[in-house]
Design a protein around this ligand. Structure first.
Ligand SMILES: Cc1cc2nc3c(=O)[nH]c(=O)nc-3n(C[C@H](O)[C@H](O)[C@H](O)COP(=O)(O)OP(=O)(O)OC[C@H]3O[C@@H](n4cnc5c(N)ncnc54)[C@H](O)[C@@H]3O)c2cc1C
Length: 155
């Protein structure tokens, strides 16, 4: 199989809040990157249309607007003090737009497998059949997509 060598570029898995802010940090520091997400747009779990998200219609932030924004991109004053999920999604879309982050994201494409090579690089197998090699991989794949139900004993 052909392996596309991406040199010193970094690979980011996920285009939710963590993947987006990572992309912005790499951009700010002049580091090349590629980004992948199985969903058709940015936002991670904050897009209620993304299959399997834990977000529900009445969901809103429980951390405040003034303390939850990215360092160089505060949430707008007209947002609710504890914004609704639709406002958080709008904020994430605006952040991606402001810094041109969408251009680097391959949507509807999942990272299927990561393999470390003998020379400490990473081979990334994508769901579109491509295999690419990177200097580093950032896993920003979220941790709230699988429900964890404790087994409670009735006493
Ligand atoms: C109901 C609810 C309320 C919350 N309230 C708050 C709050 O008030 N304040 C707060 O700060 N946080 C809150 N959170 C926490 C939430 O996890 C964060 O806000 C934020 O969404 C985490 O961002 P993330 O990018 O790490 O993960 P996610 O938003 O989960 O995004 C991960 C992305 O990675 C993608 N991905 C997964 N696997 C792969 C793969 N193999 N290859 C490529 N991409 C992949 C997914 O498709 C997804 O788009 C809440 C969460 C929930 C469920």
């Amino acid at each position: 199989m052909e392996i596309i060598d991406r040199g010193d570029a970094v690979c980011i898995a996920g285009a939710g809040p963590a993947g987006l802010v990572m992309a912005r940090a790499l951009q700010h520091n002049g580091i090349e990157w590629d980004q992948f997400d199985p969903n058709p747009d940015v936002g991670g779990l904050w897009d209620i249309k993304h299959e399997g998200t834990a977000i529900y219609e009445s969901a809103h932030f429980i951390s405040s607007r003034s303390l939850s924004g990215f360092a160089d991109f505060p949430m707008p004053d007209h947002f609710a003090d504890y914004p609704k999920h639709t406002e958080i999604l709008k904020y994430l879309h605006d952040f991606a737009e402001a810094y041109g982050l969408r251009e680097k994201i391959t949507f509807s494409t999942k990272i299927e497998k990561l393999t470390k090579t003998k020379d400490d690089r990473w081979q990334v197998q994508l769901s579109n059949g491509e295999c690419r090699e990177y200097k580093a991989v950032v896993c920003a794949t979220g941790s709230q997509w699988q429900a964890n139900m404790p087994a409670l004993k009735l006493i």
